[in-house]
Structures are given as C-alpha cells and as structure tokens.
Design a protein around this ligand. Structure first.
Ligand code: AMP
Length: 209
C-alpha cells in the first residue's frame, strides 16, 4: 500500500509515521529527514536545502521530486511505502501521480492555535527521531525510547514556525481538496492524543487489507 501522511507542521505526522512503521513495516520516507541528513553530511543538496529550511520556506520542487522519485524506485518500496511531508505542493502531487499510484492520504487535521506551542516546545531524539514536548519532559534530556540525546530543531523557533505555517496554508493545504477529489483522503482529528489518532488510522488501514 502506498500512503501519504498530510498535515500542517506539528500536526503529528512524524509521530503517527513511527507508529505505522512499527505496525505495518512500511518504509518511512520523510523528505524533511532526508534533507536534515544531507545538511548533517554537508552534501550539495544539504547546502541548498538549508538555505530554504532555515527561512521556513519549501525546497524547490525539482530538487525534492527527484529525491523522492529515486527513493521510491528502490527495492524496499516495491510492496508499498509511506511518504511523510511529501507532497507539499500541487506540482509535487502531480509529479508523483506520473510515477506511482497513491492508495490512501491520511490528513491529520489540527487547529492552528495548537501548532505554534507544539512546534516551539518540540524536542527530537537525535538517534531515533522520537518527538517529545518540553512540558512533559520534566527536565529529562534523553530519549525514553533509545536513550539518545534530545535537541530542538533549528526551524522550531517562533519566527520560522510562523513562516512554515503560512507556507502550509498557501501551498500545502490545497492538497486536501486535490486528494478529496481523487477519493483517497482519510481525515483524522489530530488535536486529540497520538494514541487516539493511531487507533483511527489503524482501523482504516486494517479495513483496506
Ligand atoms: P519537515 O521535517 O517535514 O517539517 O520538513 C522540514 C523542512 O524541510 C520544511 O520546512 C521544508 O523547508 C523542507 N521540506 C520537507 N519536505 C519538503 C517538500 N516536500 N517540499 C519542499 N520542502 C520540503
């Protein structure tokens, strides 16, 4: 099954993605993670991506689409995959339609008023990518899952978050209508808990087996 996780920054795509991976063993393709890995390794793609990511802007479609096309052509994706954070523009969705068939788009819907706090308080494990909220860490600096160091993403600061949310509104939100028209969207209320979201998503995925 080929799945897309759609939602604003901070909606909980990454959290739900790791739960889906645990249960359904699908390769998890996060364009944000791919860019961060390239930035860490100082590759040409990383240097280019950083100049956009630091401003809360989208990396150009040509670059992003090429990366995804190469990634989903690999052997481990032949029985399905889960895209997290791609597509983020109509042009990316159209490019994807040319190379693959999408079975389900899970749209995690969260009120904008919650997103700023979620993103600015977010801490991420540098080893396994698990995310936490500062309020619930009680001073803990290590990941409860793997013991890795927790850090704050550079783009999770109030100024960059505002820009990311407005980019989402302008360029990514139109994808909800795009995929609704294709009849493949599944809307979930993401303002509840990660467990409640996963219960609804699992029921949907199980019904499609
Ligand atoms: P994420 O980890 O999904 O929040 O992505 C972090 C940043 O990487 C985004 O704010 C964008 O700058 C960039 N990025 C990730 N995915 C895409 C995409 N599909 N298209 C363009 N830029 C992207």
């Amino acid at each position: 099954m080929n799945i897309i996780l759609l939602g604003a920054p901070g909606a909980g795509k990454g959290t739900e993605a790791s739960k889906i991976v645990d249960t359904y063993k699908l390769p998890h393709i996060s364009t944000g993670d791919i860019f961060r890995e390239n930035i860490k390794n100082q590759t040409p793609i990383g240097l280019l991506a950083k100049s956009y990511i630091d401003k809360g802007l989208l990396v150009p479609d040509e670059v992003t689409c090429k990366i995804v096309e190469e990634r989903i052509s690999r052997e481990d994706c032949k029985n399905g995959y889960m895209l997290d954070g791609f597509p983020r523009t109509i042009a990316q969705a159209e490019a994807l339609d040319k190379i693959t068939k999408i079975d389900l788009v899970i749209n995690i819907d969260v009120d904008f008023s919650l997103l700023l706090d979620r993103l600015c308080g977010r801490r991420v494990c540098k080893d396994c990518g698990e995310t936490y909220h500062l309020k619930r860490l009680n001073g803990e600096t290590k990941c409860a899952r793997c013991g890795g160091e927790l850090y704050q993403r550079k783009d999770d600061n109030p100024e960059t978050v505002q820009s990311r949310l407005s980019v989402y509104n302008d360029q990514t939100a139109p994808l909800i209508e795009y995929y609704t028209n294709k009849g493949v969207i599944f809307n979930v209320d993401g303002s509840t808990t990660p467990e409640a979201v996963h219960e609804l998503v699992s029921a949907k995925l199980d019904s499609m087996k």
